[in-house]
Design a protein around this ligand. Sequence first.
Ligand code: AMP
Length: 397
Amino acid sequence: MSDHVLVINAGSSSLKYSLVDAASGEAAAIGLIERIGESEGHQLHRGPNGETSTALSISSHEDALKAAINAFETQGPSLDDLDIVAVGHRVVHGGSWFADPVLVDDDLIAKVTELVPLAPLHNPANLEGMRVARRLFPDLPQVAVFDTAFHQTLEPEAYTYAVPHEWLKEHGIRRYGFHGTSHAFVSGEAARLLGRDPADVNLIVLHLGNGCSATAVRGGRSVDTSMGMTPLEGLVMGTRSGDLDPAIHGHLSRELGLPLDKIDRLLNYESGLKGLSGENDFRELSKRRAAGDDRAQLAFDVYRHRIKKYVGAYYAVLGTVDAIVFTAGVGQNAAELRAASLEGLERLGIQIDDERNTASSDKARVVSTDDSAVTVLVVPTNEEWQIAREALSVIRP
Ligand code: AMP
C-alpha cells in the first residue's frame, strides 16, 4: 500500500489539509476550513465521493482538525483504510536553526515559539496546528517542514544586510527567504523537464502567487532569494509592497503621525497591486487593465518591471542560467505577464515563443523558442507533495 502523509497548513483563521500519496503526489482528499473563531465558518472537503461545502461555526484549530477528521469519516476516504505514515506541517519561519525538515518534539515547539517575533502572523498558527495534531494523532510521527529551510544554503554575502554587525546576532537581522518548499519542488521538476541532473542546472525560479518571490538556484541550492527577514521584501505582491526604501517607514510615521506597527500593516495588507490599483487579484486586475483602467495598468507595469529587474540581478549572480521557471497562480496562468516580464531580454538569450506561451495547459512545459539559449518553463508548484516527500524522508531516512 502507498505511504500517505496528512499535510496540514494552519493559518491564523484557517486550516488547510491534504492527504497525499508521497510517492505519486496524488491527493486522496483535500480540505479547507475558514473563518476559525468567527460565528460563521465554512468547511470544504473534496474526497473520492466529490466535494462538499458546509457552513459551520468553528471556535478553534482543535475543532477545525476534529471537523476534518469527521469529514474523512463521513465522506471518505477512511483514515483507517489508508496507510498514513506521518503528519507533515507547513511551518513558515525556521530561522537559522532549520535547514531540513525535522520531527516535531518539545524542543522544536520551543524553538518555533522563539521565532514568533520574526513571523508574528504565521508561526503562532503553525504552532497551534502542530500542538493540536499531536493531541489528535498521538501515534503518528509529526514532521515540520519550513518555508525558510531551502534558503539556508545562502552564503553570508547574500543573506547579510549591511547594518551594525551586532544586530545580526542579537536580533536575527538577516535575510531568511520564504516559499522554500515551492522553490525546492519547482527546481526539481524543472531539472527533470530539462532532462538534467539538478546538481548541474542553474535556474531563476519566479513564484508568482498572492505572495511572490524570486530565487537564484545553483545546482539545486538556493544562492539568493528576494524575500528577506520577513516575506515583505522583494517582488511586488497582491497586497505587499516588496522592496522599499527603508526610510519610508520613518518618513510616513512623522508625516502622518502613524505608529510603525500601523505602517507595517499597510505595507503588508494594503500595498502591492491592491495599493496601486485597489485590486489584489491578478485576474481582476487584468480585466480592469483590458478595460483601460490607468491604475491597473500602472500596477501591472510596476509588477512586471520588478520581476525583470530580479531576473537581471539573478542572471548576474548565477553567471549562466539554464532556465527561468514561472510557477504559482500568476506565474502558471498569466501568459501576458510572462511575456511582458521577459520582453527585451533577447540579448541575454531569453526568447519566449508566443504560441507556446499562450497555449492553455496545466502541465509543466517549455514556453521559449527552440533556439532560446535560456529555456523558459512553466512548472505547476505542489507544496503539499513536497511536504509529504520531506516528511517521509525524515521518518525513513
Ligand atoms: P496563488 O497564491 O498561487 O493561489 O495565486 C493567486 C493569484 O493567482 C491571484 O492573484 C489570482 O488572480 C492569480 N491567478 C489564478 N488563476 C489565474 C489565471 N487563470 N490568470 C491569471 N491569474 C490567475
